[in-house]
Design a binder for this molecule. Structure first.
Ligand code: SAH
Length: 213
C-alpha cells in the first residue's frame, strides 16, 4: 500500500480513538511519518506504535501524540515549547498548526538529524536548542521567557519546576510523570497565576534524563 493510503488509514485509527480536533487530524493527514523513521523501519512507519530511532530513543506512538496535541488545544497564534525533539515528527505536526515551536533535545545527533529533515521540509517557524529539557528554554535564541503550550515527550520523575515557570498565564502543559516503566500523563494549566493539575492517561515514554541539579 502507498504511504499516502497508509497515512489515511492511521488517520482513521486516530479518529476511532476519539480524537476530534480538526487541527490535529489535519496535521496527521499532512506530515509524512516515513520521513522521520530510520530507513529500515519505513515499512512500519504507519503502524500505530512507537519505533526505534538512534541513541536508543523512540519516535512516539501516533495515537499518544494525538492525545497530547488535543489536550494542548492548539491555536494558530500559539508559541509552543517541546521537550525531546527526537525524530522531529511531533515537531513537524506542531509546527504545521501553531505560530512557533521551540524544541529542546539532549542528544546533538538527534537534534541535528531532525533539523536537517525539518529544514528540508520547509519549516521556518521552528527554533532548536541542544541541551537539557529540565531547564526548558534557557540560554536559547529567541530569548523567550514564556510559552502558551508546553509538551514533554519523555517521562519525568516529577513535574519539572523550571517548565512550570515558563508556562504563560492561560497556558497548558502536558507531561508524562512517573517511573521508567509507566507514567500518568499530567495536564497542567495556569489560571490566575495558579497551576492546576489533572492526571489524565496512563502512558509509557522513554525517560527524561535527569540533568539539572
Ligand atoms: N516526540 C519525539 C519523541 C522522542 S523520545 C518523537 O516522536 O520522535 C524522547 C526524546 O527526549 C529523545 O529524543 C531523548 O533523547 C530526549 N530526551 C531525554 N531526556 C532529555 C532531556 N533531559 N532533555 C532534552 N531531551 C531529552
Amino acid at each position: 500500500m502507498r504511504f499516502e493510503d497508509q497515512r489515511l488509514r492511521l488517520l482513521e485509527d486516530i479518529k476511532a480513538s476519539g480524537i476530534t480536533d480538526p487541527a490535529v487530524l489535519s496535521a496527521f493527514s499532512k506530515i509524512p511519518r516515513e520521513d522521520y523513521v530510520l530507513p529500515e523501519f519505513k515499512e512500519y512507519a504507519y503502524r500505530n506504535r512507537p519505533l526505534p530511532i538512534s541513541m536508543e530513543q523512540t519516535i512516539s506512538q501516533p495515537s499518544m501524540i494525538a492525545i497530547m496535541m488535543s489536550e494542548l488545544k492548539l491555536k494558530p497564534s500559539d508559541r509552543v515549547l517541546e521537550i525531546g525533539t527526537g525524530s522531529g515528527y511531533q515537531t513537524a505536526l506542531l509546527a504545521s498548526i501553531v505560530k512557533e515551536v521551540c524544541t529542546v533535545e539532549l542528544h546533538d545527533s538527534l537534534s541535528l538529524g531532525a533539523q536537517k529533515i525539518l529544514k528540508a521540509a520547509g519549516f521556518k517557524n521552528i527554533y532548536y536548542r541542544i541541551g537539557d529539557g529540565w531547564a526548558g528554554w534557557e540560554k536559547a535564541y529567541p530569548a523567550y521567557k514564556e510559552f502558551d503550550k508546553i509538551v514533554v515527550s519523555a517521562a519525568a520523575e516529577e513535574v519539572p519546576s523550571r517548565l512550570c515557570e515558563q508556562l504563560a498565564e492561560g497556558g497548558i502543559m502536558v507531561v508524562p510523570v512517573g517511573g521508567s516503566l509507566s507514567q500518568i500523563l499530567h495536564i497542567i494549566v495556569r489560571e490566575e497565576g495558579m497551576l492546576k493539575t489533572r492526571q489524565a492517561y496512563p502512558c509509557a515514554f522513554v525517560p527524561l534524563v535527569k540533568k539539572v541539579k
